[in-house]
Design a protein around this ligand. Structure first.
Ligand code: SAT
Ligand code: MN
Length: 589
């Protein structure tokens, strides 16, 4: 019988489960997190003593720490990620599937005695604002102090979760064992019917911070279908006009396509008096409200953002957010204990230690920071954090935006004709692959609603759920598609991006309020060159904008064929509405 330590909850279901898992994993100690400031200090000191964290220069980066992961463990691994449902078709052709009983046996086998000599951290956490009917409680049991400290930033962690839970046994159970961090024994497995997650053999980000992709998206999407809400891979922002009108926008982009930058956008000078507020940068839970609008909460409480490319030009609010109380993972370290990454402001340091702990200089061939190196920072640090982020009711969404990283084909922005057409646009979303997942960088892959790696059930059923949501909404959000990444024949970006995206955002907001013009095209409503404010955008003319908005029929022929591949893969569960939408698009083109 394991020593359970000083348990800090009276919830019998939690205690019982911790007992079972401690008996299985046999940790030397069980530590029950309470989320307090004193605990943060103590755990951080322990992590430093264990060599898991390194304290960064307190003058430059107060409260910040540095971590290197195992070089074989630097991104999510989709090949090791499973949805374990009774019937294989429930997981669908886009997920790895395994039968729950067999998979649990294998995982419990791996976990048996797997925490000997280690501490098991009991991490209770709340996804979403306290007291919200949309929030969910999870309890993650992990033998990683790094996970405990990251979960403390990424979620509302500690007693607050037990308060929300009360005496209920309705919480997500998450077991995480690092084992020997061996890719051969790496599994991230979801058991939606039991609201259970088991992750072994990794210690990195989305594989192990179980509240994030595992609960908030994979299990969340499954629960959302059952309970009539949506779990989406979306940032949420609020646009405030000079008159104080606030319009809320949710936007889905695949991992590492700039969601954090967009969520923290600072409008350019031309938009004096406008303000963009951040609700969330990665995940939205959305539910129809009593007034027939779609309401969103951000289940998270922090940002697990990509470091490379983050600087005072691309994202000043992120730079301020990560200036304190932040954990940096797999970036480069300078001799004065500052951090560096490719695309940070200023000159590269003359010398540094790279993400693998090797000496690095600007002459080195390899990158100093891993392309998927990350910061974990509390949302409270964000100067543009929307106060509504703690509103238990969430915020009403006026626009849903889909976007991908596409060098060709996709115009800067267009608007769907209606909800069903918008679902088709989201369902056929494509993007060039990034470093956030292990795999073929740069290739275009279909990533429906940016949920391909995160949908916890059959993608066809997920599309059907989207279509059905329309019936529950009196005022459905308008749906848009954007592409900040289109290039000209020489490979230069056609659109300046970053803060200038405000110009496109303003058009989107105005469309929602019936205030902006657009032209009907085969793809949807596209702004004319005069409909997007270009004033103050030096050297960027209406002709440039037209190029960025252009629809090239030859490119679209190829696009349609690529889209067809996904539809064929999903055919058996594909709602007929989407097949009709495809036919309509073909005939319009
Ligand atoms: O999955 S992570 O949380 O590591 C990051 C991402 O891919 O969005
Ligand atoms: Mn993400």
């Amino acid at each position: 019988m394991s020593n359970l330590g000083s348990c800090n909850t009276t919830n019998q279901a939690v205690i019982q489960w911790v007992k079972e898992m401690a008996d299985l994993c046999q940790p030397d100690r069980v530590y029950w997190c309470d989320g307090s400031e004193a605990e943060k200090q103590a755990l951080t000191a322990q992590a430093v003593a264990d060599g898991v964290l390194l304290k960064l220069n307190p003058e430059k980066l107060p409260g910040c720490f540095y971590h290197r992961s195992n070089p074989n463990d630097v991104a999510r691994v989709e090949q090791c990620t499973y949805i374990c449902t009774d019937v294989e078709t429930d997981a669908g052709p886009t997920n790895n599937w395994a039968p729950p009983k067999e998979m649990k046996e294998r995982l419990y086998g791996l976990a048996r005695g797997g925490m000997k000599g280690r501490t098991l951290y009991v991490i209770p956490y709340l996804m979403g604002p306290a007291g919200s009917a949309m929030s969910k409680v999870g309890v993650e049991l992990s033998d990683s102090i790094y996970v405990a400290l990251n979960m403390r930033i990424m979620t509302r962690m500690g007693r607050i979760a037990y308060q929300q839970l009360g005496t209920s046994d309705d919480f997500n159970r998450g077991l995480h064992c690092m084992l020997d961090v061996n890719p051969e024994r790496r599994y991230i497995c979801h058991f939606p019917r039991e609201n259970l997650i088991i992750s072994v053999g990794s210690a990195y980000g989305g594989n192990v911070l179980l509240g994030k992709k595992c609960l908030a998206l994979r299990i969340g999407s499954y629960l959302g279908r059952q309970e009539g809400w949506m779990a989406e891979h979306m940032l949420v922002l609020g646009v405030e006009s000079p008159r104080g009108e606030k319009t809320y926008v949710a936007a889905a982009f695949p991992s590492a396509c700039g969601k954090t930058n967009f969520a923290m956008l600072i409008p350019p000078e031309r938009f004096a008096g406008w303000k963009v507020w951040t609700l969330g940068d990665d995940i939205a839970w959305m539910k129809p409200g009593p007034d027939g609008r779609l309401y969103a909460i951000n289940p998270e409480a922090g940002y697990f953002g990509v470091a490379p490319g983050t600087n005072y030009k691309s994202n000043p609010n992120a730079m301020q957010t990560i200036a304190r109380d932040t954990i940096y993972t797999n970036v480069a370290l300078t001799p004065d204990l500052d951090v560096w990454w490719e695309g940070k402001d200023g000159e590269p340091p003359a010398q540094a230690t790279d993400w693998q702990g090797r000496p690095w200089t600007p002459a080195s061939k390899e990158k100093a920071a891993h392309p998927n190196s990350r910061f974990t920072a509390p949302m409270a640090n964000n100067p543009a954090l929307a106060p509504e982020v703690n509103d238990p009711n969430g915020v009403p969404i006026s626009a849903i935006v889909f976007g991908g990283r596409r060098a060709t084909t996709m115009p800067l922005v267009f608007q769907a004709f209606n909800w069903t057409h918008g679902v088709f646009i989201g369902a056929t979303l494509g993007s060039e692959m990034t470093a956030a997942a292990v795999g073929g960088m740069g290739q275009v892959r279909r990533d429906p609603m940016a949920m391909l790696p995160f949908c916890g059930y059959n993608m066809g059923g997920y599309f059907r759920h989207w279509l059905r949501m329309r019936k529950r909404l009196k005022f459905p959000p308008r749906i848009f598609h954007v592409n900040w990444f289109r290039k000209d024949a020489e490979g230069n970006f056609l659109w300046p991006g970053f803060g200038e995206n405000m110009r496109v955002l303003k058009w989107i907001v105005d469309r929602c309020h019936g205030r902006a013009d657009a032209n009907e095209t085969p793809l949807g409503w596209v702004p004319g060159a005069k409909d997007i404010d270009l004033e103050g955008l030096d050297g960027f003319t209406a002709e440039h904008l037209e190029e960025a908005l252009n629809i090239d029929l030859e490119e679209w022929r190829r696009e349609l064929l690529m889209q067809e591949e996904l539809f064929l893969k999903l055919y058996s569960h594909l709602p007929k509405e989407l097949i009709f939408q495809r036919e309509l698009l073909v005939s319009r083109l």
